[in-house]
Write a protein that binds this ligand. Structure first.
Ligand SMILES: [Zn+2]
Length: 375
């Protein structure tokens, strides 16, 4: 290195004074002291730069990841997944039987993925009756880790939303549990992920949209008050745009509360219809998956097909809320296409433009199957 380059470097590091002092030092002791001070300054400058850059990097990554879940790898545009809801009851009320039937279906039907489903979708009400109260709650083991142990489910990621029962406890503790379990993927109250050229999942947090909950003393009203539903709807539209940019074939939305339901206990939910039906139909969402009612239902509103002068595929509604306890309360409903009374889940296979979904009971028996094609 020439003297001029060295001087430039030292000037850049604000060490030109030390360089001059070094050059004019009277003896080796003075020279040594000058080098000592220079090294100390380099060390301090280096440390400050390192911590500042690290902080900025962490800030950037966390900002980028907010509301985004990591997507599973799909190797040949064929994917298998299960939708289950309303399940956490320490293995009772058929929860364990449903869990084993889920594993068995993945093992025997997810043929092109070595007997493994790519993911499990939970439609909420993950823990009865009152959610969990902190991230170390016993229910994570007693109702989840210790229940879904079938070899067909091992290492399969779960993507979740909170239901109204989860909102009775600390809904944020379920988000935090993502740090403790590799198969629990719950990055925020609402979140999404995209598998480019194939499918987009958008998970919405529906409990804050139902005004009765905000004044219900059983609910975590303090946290509910902080939820901004308008912001969530704007976010939803932004996600759809990202899915379109990634050329997804399928847009699937997931939430806890259904819009329409033939179950007598809850029935149709006007606040869900007013907030989401037009939005999802206009944005070209193909299916809305929910839970809340303890059975399986397929509904479709064939009249809601024209938006902005375009004929679209009608939004398909599937309720999967029979992960443990069930209710025999299904009544006549003009939009109802199929139902299953009794505990169970929905198994889904996507092969590019073709999506097939099957209702399966807790004995592993298929009770209904339907195919949707994109045109
Ligand atoms: Zn519910």
């Amino acid at each position: 290195m020439t003297d001029t380059t060295l001087v430039r470097c030292l000037t850049f590091l604000r060490l030109s004074d030390e360089y001059t002092a070094y050059k004019t030092a009277k003896n080796s002791s003075e020279r040594f002291s000058t080098i000592h001070i220079a090294l100390l300054r380099v060390l301090v400058i280096g440390l400050v730069a390192f911590f500042t850059l690290s902080f900025l990097l962490v800030l950037l990554v966390s900002r980028f990841n907010q509301n985004y879940a990591p997507a599973p790898y799909i190797k040949d545009a064929t994917m298998y997944f299960i939708v289950v809801g309303d399940w956490g009851r320490n293995g009772t009320m058929n929860q364990l039987e449903v869990a084993n039937a889920m594993g068995s279906w993945c093992e025997t039907r997810a043929i092109t993925n070595n007997g493994k489903c790519h993911l499990i979708v939970s439609t909420g009400d993950n823990f009865y009756d009152n959610g969990v109260h902190d991230v170390h709650a016993k229910q994570f083991n007693d109702s989840f880790e210790g229940i879904y142990t079938h070899s067909g489910l091992s290492n399969t990621p779960w993507y979740l939303v909170n239901g109204n029962h989860d909102w009775r406890g600390d809904p944020h503790a379920q988000i935090e549990y993502s740090k403790y379990s590799k198969r629990w993927i719950f990055p925020d109250y609402y979140h999404s992920f995209i598998i480019p050229n194939l499918v987009q999942f958008i998970f919405v947090d529906t409990t804050p949209f139902l005004s009765d909950y905000r004044t219900n003393p059983k609910m975590n009203t303090k946290l509910l008050e902080q939820q901004n539903t308008e912001k969530q709807l704007i976010w939803f539209k932004e996600q759809v745009k990202k899915g379109e940019d990634a050329k997804v074939l399928w847009k699937l939305a997931v939430g806890h509360h259904p819009m329409y339901s033939a179950a007598g206990k809850h029935g149709d939910i006007p606040e869900m219809i007013s907030n989401f039906e037009k939005l999802m139909s206009e944005e070209g969402v193909h299916m809305y998956w929910s839970g809340h009612d303890h059975n399986l239902q397929h509904l479709r509103n064939d009249t809601a097909r024209f938006f902005n002068g375009k004929l679209r595929l009608p939004l398909e509604h599937v309720i999967s809320g029979a992960g443990s306890e069930t209710r025999d309360d299904i009544e006549d409903h003009p939009l109802l296409k199929a139902k299953q009374i009794g505990s169970g889940f929905v198994f889904v296979k996507i092969e590019r433009e073709v999506l097939t979904f099957s209702f399966v009971d807790y004995n592993g028996q298929e009770t209904f199957t339907s195919t949707i094609k994109i045109w």
